[in-house]
Design a protein around this ligand. Structure first.
Ligand code: ATP
Ligand code: MG
Length: 371
Protein backbone atom coordinates (compact mmCIF):
# COMPACT_ATOMS: atom_id res chain seq x y z
CA UNK A 1 0.00 0.00 0.00
CA UNK A 2 1.30 3.45 -0.82
CA UNK A 3 0.12 6.92 0.02
CA UNK A 4 0.05 10.18 -1.91
CA UNK A 5 -1.03 13.29 -0.11
CA UNK A 6 -2.49 16.55 -1.35
CA UNK A 7 -3.14 19.87 0.38
CA UNK A 8 -6.67 18.66 1.10
CA UNK A 9 -5.97 15.10 2.05
CA UNK A 10 -4.35 11.84 1.19
CA UNK A 11 -5.00 9.06 -1.24
CA UNK A 12 -4.00 5.51 -0.54
CA UNK A 13 -3.54 2.99 -3.30
CA UNK A 14 -2.79 -0.66 -3.44
CA UNK A 15 -0.18 -1.78 -5.92
CA UNK A 16 -2.17 -4.98 -6.43
CA UNK A 17 -5.54 -3.38 -7.02
CA UNK A 18 -6.97 -3.29 -10.57
CA UNK A 19 -6.93 0.52 -10.49
CA UNK A 20 -3.27 0.64 -9.60
CA UNK A 21 -2.45 -1.93 -12.22
CA UNK A 22 -4.14 0.21 -14.83
CA UNK A 23 -1.83 3.06 -13.90
CA UNK A 24 0.69 3.36 -16.76
CA UNK A 25 3.64 3.76 -14.42
CA UNK A 26 3.08 0.30 -13.07
CA UNK A 27 2.00 -1.18 -16.36
CA UNK A 28 5.26 -0.01 -17.85
CA UNK A 29 7.45 -1.27 -15.06
CA UNK A 30 5.53 -4.43 -14.17
CA UNK A 31 4.02 -5.83 -17.32
CA UNK A 32 6.67 -4.76 -19.78
CA UNK A 33 9.41 -5.74 -17.41
CA UNK A 34 11.33 -2.49 -17.77
CA UNK A 35 13.75 -1.34 -15.13
CA UNK A 36 12.48 1.14 -12.56
CA UNK A 37 14.68 3.90 -13.96
CA UNK A 38 13.11 4.33 -17.41
CA UNK A 39 9.68 4.15 -15.84
CA UNK A 40 10.20 7.07 -13.51
CA UNK A 41 8.52 9.44 -15.93
CA UNK A 42 5.46 7.25 -15.89
CA UNK A 43 4.93 7.81 -12.19
CA UNK A 44 3.96 11.40 -12.76
CA UNK A 45 0.81 10.19 -14.43
CA UNK A 46 -0.29 8.40 -11.33
CA UNK A 47 0.73 11.31 -9.16
CA UNK A 48 -1.47 13.64 -11.17
CA UNK A 49 -4.47 11.33 -10.89
CA UNK A 50 -3.98 10.85 -7.18
CA UNK A 51 -3.64 14.54 -6.49
CA UNK A 52 -6.71 15.32 -8.53
CA UNK A 53 -8.72 12.65 -6.72
CA UNK A 54 -7.68 14.09 -3.36
CA UNK A 55 -8.47 17.63 -4.40
CA UNK A 56 -11.99 16.52 -5.21
CA UNK A 57 -12.50 15.48 -1.60
CA UNK A 58 -12.88 18.68 0.46
CA UNK A 59 -13.57 16.67 3.63
CA UNK A 60 -9.87 15.94 3.94
CA UNK A 61 -7.72 18.69 5.40
CA UNK A 62 -4.58 18.64 7.55
CA UNK A 63 -1.19 20.30 7.81
CA UNK A 64 0.70 17.02 7.74
CA UNK A 65 -1.11 16.14 4.53
CA UNK A 66 0.17 19.40 3.03
CA UNK A 67 3.75 18.48 3.91
CA UNK A 68 3.33 14.98 2.53
CA UNK A 69 1.86 16.29 -0.68
CA UNK A 70 4.71 18.75 -1.15
CA UNK A 71 7.22 15.93 -0.69
CA UNK A 72 5.46 13.57 -3.06
CA UNK A 73 5.10 16.35 -5.62
CA UNK A 74 8.77 17.19 -5.33
CA UNK A 75 9.71 13.54 -5.80
CA UNK A 76 7.71 13.34 -9.01
CA UNK A 77 9.16 16.60 -10.26
CA UNK A 78 12.67 15.31 -9.54
CA UNK A 79 11.88 12.27 -11.67
CA UNK A 80 10.42 14.36 -14.47
CA UNK A 81 13.61 16.41 -14.57
CA UNK A 82 15.59 13.35 -15.63
CA UNK A 83 13.57 13.24 -18.84
CA UNK A 84 13.33 16.94 -19.48
CA UNK A 85 16.67 18.41 -18.47
CA UNK A 86 18.81 16.48 -20.99
CA UNK A 87 16.93 18.36 -23.72
CA UNK A 88 16.79 21.75 -22.02
CA UNK A 89 19.30 24.37 -23.17
CA UNK A 90 19.74 27.35 -20.86
CA UNK A 91 23.16 28.46 -22.06
CA UNK A 92 23.86 28.86 -25.73
CA UNK A 93 27.63 28.83 -25.58
CA UNK A 94 29.00 25.65 -27.13
CA UNK A 95 25.57 24.40 -28.18
CA UNK A 96 25.73 21.96 -31.10
CA UNK A 97 22.77 20.23 -32.68
CA UNK A 98 24.84 17.13 -33.36
CA UNK A 99 24.88 16.44 -29.61
CA UNK A 100 21.11 15.86 -29.71
CA UNK A 101 19.76 12.61 -31.16
CA UNK A 102 16.32 12.97 -32.81
CA UNK A 103 15.61 9.30 -32.03
CA UNK A 104 16.42 9.51 -28.31
CA UNK A 105 13.80 8.15 -25.88
CA UNK A 106 16.07 7.90 -22.81
CA UNK A 107 15.61 4.15 -22.86
CA UNK A 108 11.87 4.47 -22.36
CA UNK A 109 9.79 1.97 -24.35
CA UNK A 110 6.03 2.15 -24.58
CA UNK A 111 3.25 1.18 -26.91
CA UNK A 112 0.80 3.74 -28.28
CA UNK A 113 -1.95 3.09 -25.75
CA UNK A 114 0.35 3.36 -22.74
CA UNK A 115 1.94 6.54 -24.00
CA UNK A 116 -1.49 8.04 -24.70
CA UNK A 117 -2.73 7.20 -21.21
CA UNK A 118 0.37 8.63 -19.63
CA UNK A 119 0.10 11.79 -21.68
CA UNK A 120 -3.49 12.14 -20.58
CA UNK A 121 -2.39 12.12 -16.94
CA UNK A 122 0.12 14.84 -17.75
CA UNK A 123 -2.48 16.97 -19.47
CA UNK A 124 -4.81 16.57 -16.49
CA UNK A 125 -2.07 17.93 -14.28
CA UNK A 126 -1.50 20.78 -16.70
CA UNK A 127 -5.23 21.55 -16.78
CA UNK A 128 -5.23 21.86 -13.00
CA UNK A 129 -2.31 24.29 -13.13
CA UNK A 130 -3.90 26.26 -15.95
CA UNK A 131 -7.03 26.73 -13.87
CA UNK A 132 -4.97 28.39 -11.13
CA UNK A 133 -3.00 30.45 -13.66
CA UNK A 134 -6.31 31.76 -15.00
CA UNK A 135 -7.76 32.39 -11.54
CA UNK A 136 -4.67 34.34 -10.44
CA UNK A 137 -4.52 36.42 -13.61
CA UNK A 138 -0.88 37.44 -13.02
CA UNK A 139 1.45 35.16 -14.91
CA UNK A 140 1.16 34.11 -18.52
CA UNK A 141 2.87 31.38 -20.45
CA UNK A 142 4.25 31.66 -23.97
CA UNK A 143 5.04 28.35 -25.66
CA UNK A 144 6.99 28.72 -28.88
CA UNK A 145 7.08 25.80 -31.32
CA UNK A 146 9.61 25.69 -34.13
CA UNK A 147 10.53 22.80 -36.37
CA UNK A 148 11.12 21.56 -39.87
CA UNK A 149 7.99 20.43 -41.72
CA UNK A 150 6.41 17.16 -40.56
CA UNK A 151 8.24 17.24 -37.23
CA UNK A 152 4.88 17.07 -35.47
CA UNK A 153 4.19 20.62 -34.25
CA UNK A 154 0.46 20.45 -34.88
CA UNK A 155 0.02 17.01 -33.32
CA UNK A 156 2.09 17.93 -30.28
CA UNK A 157 0.10 21.09 -29.67
CA UNK A 158 -3.17 19.21 -30.16
CA UNK A 159 -2.28 16.41 -27.76
CA UNK A 160 -0.44 18.32 -25.06
CA UNK A 161 -3.10 21.00 -24.78
CA UNK A 162 -6.05 18.60 -25.15
CA UNK A 163 -7.09 18.80 -21.50
CA UNK A 164 -6.81 22.53 -20.94
CA UNK A 165 -9.72 24.90 -20.89
CA UNK A 166 -9.91 26.57 -24.35
CA UNK A 167 -10.86 29.86 -22.66
CA UNK A 168 -7.43 30.08 -21.10
CA UNK A 169 -5.48 29.14 -24.17
CA UNK A 170 -4.65 30.98 -27.39
CA UNK A 171 -3.00 29.25 -30.35
CA UNK A 172 -1.57 31.40 -33.14
CA UNK A 173 -0.10 29.93 -36.33
CA UNK A 174 2.24 32.26 -38.15
CA UNK A 175 2.44 31.84 -41.91
CA UNK A 176 3.91 34.09 -44.59
CA UNK A 177 3.54 37.74 -43.60
CA UNK A 178 0.89 40.00 -45.14
CA UNK A 179 1.73 43.32 -46.76
CA UNK A 180 0.50 45.03 -43.59
CA UNK A 181 2.96 42.91 -41.55
CA UNK A 182 5.77 43.83 -43.94
CA UNK A 183 5.02 47.52 -43.42
CA UNK A 184 6.09 47.19 -39.79
CA UNK A 185 9.12 46.15 -37.76
CA UNK A 186 9.62 42.38 -37.71
CA UNK A 187 8.30 41.88 -34.17
CA UNK A 188 5.06 43.77 -34.79
CA UNK A 189 2.81 40.92 -35.79
CA UNK A 190 4.08 38.64 -33.03
CA UNK A 191 3.86 41.14 -30.18
CA UNK A 192 0.20 41.79 -31.03
CA UNK A 193 -0.64 38.15 -30.37
CA UNK A 194 1.11 37.66 -27.03
CA UNK A 195 -0.97 35.92 -24.35
CA UNK A 196 -2.90 38.00 -21.85
CA UNK A 197 -2.23 37.54 -18.15
CA UNK A 198 -3.53 34.23 -16.87
CA UNK A 199 -3.43 32.64 -20.33
CA UNK A 200 -1.31 30.14 -22.15
CA UNK A 201 -0.26 31.44 -25.56
CA UNK A 202 1.02 29.00 -28.15
CA UNK A 203 3.01 30.24 -31.11
CA UNK A 204 2.96 27.64 -33.88
CA UNK A 205 6.01 29.17 -35.62
CA UNK A 206 6.98 32.54 -34.26
CA UNK A 207 9.36 35.50 -34.45
CA UNK A 208 12.10 32.86 -34.83
CA UNK A 209 11.05 32.55 -38.48
CA UNK A 210 12.69 35.97 -38.88
CA UNK A 211 16.08 34.34 -38.27
CA UNK A 212 15.25 30.97 -39.86
CA UNK A 213 13.31 31.01 -43.14
CA UNK A 214 14.21 34.67 -43.72
CA UNK A 215 17.88 33.86 -43.16
CA UNK A 216 17.80 30.83 -45.44
CA UNK A 217 16.04 32.69 -48.27
CA UNK A 218 17.58 36.04 -49.13
CA UNK A 219 14.66 37.14 -51.25
CA UNK A 220 12.35 37.17 -48.20
CA UNK A 221 14.59 39.67 -46.43
CA UNK A 222 14.47 41.87 -49.54
CA UNK A 223 10.66 41.95 -49.32
CA UNK A 224 10.87 43.39 -45.81
CA UNK A 225 11.63 46.88 -47.15
CA UNK A 226 14.29 47.77 -44.64
CA UNK A 227 16.33 50.91 -45.35
CA UNK A 228 19.44 49.59 -47.18
CA UNK A 229 22.02 51.04 -44.74
CA UNK A 230 20.44 48.86 -42.02
CA UNK A 231 20.95 45.62 -43.89
CA UNK A 232 24.47 44.46 -43.18
CA UNK A 233 26.20 41.14 -42.65
CA UNK A 234 25.55 41.55 -38.95
CA UNK A 235 21.77 41.61 -39.38
CA UNK A 236 21.23 38.08 -38.04
CA UNK A 237 23.26 38.68 -34.91
CA UNK A 238 21.39 41.94 -34.41
CA UNK A 239 18.02 40.24 -34.82
CA UNK A 240 19.00 37.46 -32.45
CA UNK A 241 20.11 39.99 -29.84
CA UNK A 242 16.79 41.82 -30.28
CA UNK A 243 14.91 38.55 -29.77
CA UNK A 244 16.91 37.72 -26.63
CA UNK A 245 16.18 41.19 -25.23
CA UNK A 246 12.52 40.90 -26.15
CA UNK A 247 12.29 37.62 -24.25
CA UNK A 248 14.03 39.16 -21.23
CA UNK A 249 11.48 41.94 -21.36
CA UNK A 250 8.58 39.47 -21.51
CA UNK A 251 9.97 37.53 -18.59
CA UNK A 252 10.18 40.68 -16.52
CA UNK A 253 6.53 41.33 -17.36
CA UNK A 254 5.41 38.00 -15.93
CA UNK A 255 5.41 35.93 -19.12
CA UNK A 256 7.13 32.56 -18.83
CA UNK A 257 8.74 31.83 -22.20
CA UNK A 258 9.46 28.21 -23.19
CA UNK A 259 10.78 27.41 -26.65
CA UNK A 260 10.51 23.99 -28.26
CA UNK A 261 12.54 22.88 -31.24
CA UNK A 262 11.08 19.58 -32.40
CA UNK A 263 14.22 17.90 -33.60
CA UNK A 264 13.24 15.50 -36.39
CA UNK A 265 15.86 13.73 -38.50
CA UNK A 266 16.05 14.18 -42.26
CA UNK A 267 15.36 10.46 -42.74
CA UNK A 268 12.24 10.51 -40.57
CA UNK A 269 10.98 13.61 -42.37
CA UNK A 270 11.31 11.75 -45.69
CA UNK A 271 9.41 8.77 -44.25
CA UNK A 272 6.57 11.05 -43.10
CA UNK A 273 6.39 12.84 -46.47
CA UNK A 274 6.19 9.44 -48.18
CA UNK A 275 3.30 8.50 -45.90
CA UNK A 276 1.53 11.71 -46.82
CA UNK A 277 1.87 10.75 -50.48
CA UNK A 278 0.87 7.14 -50.06
CA UNK A 279 -2.02 7.35 -47.62
CA UNK A 280 -5.16 9.01 -49.07
CA UNK A 281 -6.22 10.34 -45.66
CA UNK A 282 -2.86 12.10 -45.36
CA UNK A 283 -2.69 13.50 -48.91
CA UNK A 284 -4.13 16.85 -47.85
CA UNK A 285 -1.12 17.42 -45.63
CA UNK A 286 1.35 17.09 -48.46
CA UNK A 287 2.80 20.20 -50.00
CA UNK A 288 5.29 20.06 -52.88
CA UNK A 289 7.08 23.11 -51.46
CA UNK A 290 7.95 21.10 -48.33
CA UNK A 291 9.99 18.71 -50.47
CA UNK A 292 11.70 21.65 -52.13
CA UNK A 293 12.56 23.11 -48.71
CA UNK A 294 14.36 19.89 -47.76
CA UNK A 295 17.14 20.91 -50.11
CA UNK A 296 18.00 23.67 -47.66
CA UNK A 297 18.22 21.30 -44.70
CA UNK A 298 21.80 22.18 -43.76
CA UNK A 299 21.11 25.90 -44.00
CA UNK A 300 18.14 25.48 -41.69
CA UNK A 301 20.14 23.44 -39.20
CA UNK A 302 22.81 26.15 -39.19
CA UNK A 303 20.17 28.84 -38.64
CA UNK A 304 18.57 26.83 -35.79
CA UNK A 305 21.92 26.28 -34.15
CA UNK A 306 22.75 29.99 -34.30
CA UNK A 307 19.32 30.90 -32.97
CA UNK A 308 19.54 28.53 -30.03
CA UNK A 309 23.09 29.66 -29.23
CA UNK A 310 22.09 33.30 -29.14
CA UNK A 311 18.78 33.04 -27.30
CA UNK A 312 18.95 30.12 -24.87
CA UNK A 313 18.77 31.43 -21.33
CA UNK A 314 17.66 30.32 -17.90
CA UNK A 315 14.59 32.50 -18.03
CA UNK A 316 13.69 31.55 -21.61
CA UNK A 317 15.10 28.07 -22.23
CA UNK A 318 15.08 26.08 -25.44
CA UNK A 319 14.04 22.43 -25.40
CA UNK A 320 15.63 20.45 -28.21
CA UNK A 321 13.02 17.68 -28.17
CA UNK A 322 13.70 14.40 -29.99
CA UNK A 323 10.98 14.23 -32.63
CA UNK A 324 11.46 10.91 -34.45
CA UNK A 325 9.07 9.22 -31.98
CA UNK A 326 5.93 11.26 -31.63
CA UNK A 327 4.84 9.74 -28.33
CA UNK A 328 8.14 10.70 -26.70
CA UNK A 329 8.05 14.23 -28.14
CA UNK A 330 4.64 14.80 -26.59
CA UNK A 331 5.63 13.44 -23.20
CA UNK A 332 8.75 15.60 -23.00
CA UNK A 333 6.86 18.73 -24.04
CA UNK A 334 4.07 18.07 -21.54
CA UNK A 335 6.56 17.35 -18.76
CA UNK A 336 8.58 20.49 -19.54
CA UNK A 337 5.46 22.66 -19.34
CA UNK A 338 4.26 21.05 -16.12
CA UNK A 339 7.68 21.49 -14.56
CA UNK A 340 7.86 25.17 -15.52
CA UNK A 341 4.38 25.95 -14.24
CA UNK A 342 4.94 23.98 -11.04
CA UNK A 343 7.89 26.24 -10.30
CA UNK A 344 5.47 29.14 -9.99
CA UNK A 345 3.83 27.44 -6.98
CA UNK A 346 0.43 28.56 -8.11
CA UNK A 347 -2.51 28.59 -5.73
CA UNK A 348 -6.06 29.79 -6.05
CA UNK A 349 -6.46 33.42 -4.95
CA UNK A 350 -7.04 33.65 -1.19
CA UNK A 351 -10.42 34.95 -0.09
CA UNK A 352 -9.99 37.76 2.49
CA UNK A 353 -12.28 38.41 5.47
CA UNK A 354 -14.31 41.03 3.64
CA UNK A 355 -14.91 38.73 0.67
CA UNK A 356 -15.90 35.92 3.04
CA UNK A 357 -18.51 38.23 4.57
CA UNK A 358 -19.78 39.08 1.12
CA UNK A 359 -20.08 35.39 0.25
CA UNK A 360 -21.94 34.63 3.49
CA UNK A 361 -24.38 37.48 2.84
CA UNK A 362 -24.98 36.26 -0.72
CA UNK A 363 -25.56 32.73 0.57
CA UNK A 364 -28.09 33.99 3.11
CA UNK A 365 -29.87 36.07 0.49
CA UNK A 366 -30.04 33.16 -1.93
CA UNK A 367 -31.31 30.81 0.77
CA UNK A 368 -34.07 33.27 1.60
CA UNK A 369 -35.38 33.36 -1.94
CA UNK A 370 -38.33 31.11 -2.73
CA UNK A 371 -37.12 29.68 -6.04
P1 ATP B 1 1.42 22.84 -41.74
O1 ATP B 1 2.29 22.55 -42.91
O2 ATP B 1 1.33 21.74 -40.76
O3 ATP B 1 0.07 23.38 -42.12
P2 ATP B 1 3.12 25.10 -41.36
O4 ATP B 1 3.44 25.91 -40.15
O5 ATP B 1 4.25 24.45 -42.08
O6 ATP B 1 2.09 24.03 -40.89
P3 ATP B 1 2.46 26.23 -43.87
O7 ATP B 1 1.31 27.07 -44.31
O8 ATP B 1 2.77 24.97 -44.57
O9 ATP B 1 2.27 26.01 -42.32
O10 ATP B 1 3.78 27.09 -43.91
C1 ATP B 1 3.90 28.35 -43.41
C2 ATP B 1 5.10 28.92 -44.09
O11 ATP B 1 5.21 30.28 -43.71
C3 ATP B 1 6.38 28.24 -43.68
O12 ATP B 1 7.09 27.83 -44.78
C4 ATP B 1 7.12 29.32 -42.93
O13 ATP B 1 8.51 29.23 -43.08
C5 ATP B 1 6.54 30.55 -43.57
N1 ATP B 1 6.73 31.72 -42.71
C6 ATP B 1 6.42 31.87 -41.43
N2 ATP B 1 6.82 33.06 -40.99
C7 ATP B 1 7.40 33.68 -42.00
C8 ATP B 1 8.02 34.93 -42.17
N3 ATP B 1 8.10 35.80 -41.17
N4 ATP B 1 8.52 35.24 -43.37
C9 ATP B 1 8.43 34.37 -44.39
N5 ATP B 1 7.86 33.18 -44.31
C10 ATP B 1 7.35 32.82 -43.13
MG1 MG C 1 4.00 23.28 -43.86
Amino acid sequence: MALFQSPRGSVAFDLNSPRSLRCPGFVASGVLGLSAEPCALAIWGYMATSVLAALENPALDSDSAKGGYAMARQAVLDQIQKYVHPFRVTKGKGFQLKDFDPGDTRGLKMDKAEAAELLQRGTEWLAEEQDMLYAQNRWSLLLVFQAMDAAGKDGTIKHVMSGVNPQGCQVVSFKQPSSEDLDHDFMWRYSRRLPERGRIGIFNRSYYEEVLVVRVHDEILKRQQLPPPLVSKGIWDERLADIAHFEDYLTRQGTIVLKFFLNVSREEQKRRFMQRLERPEKNWKFSASDVHERKFWDDYMHAFEEAIRATASKQAPWYVVPADNKWFTRLVVAAAIVEAVEELNLTYPKVDAEKKKELAAARAELAGQTS
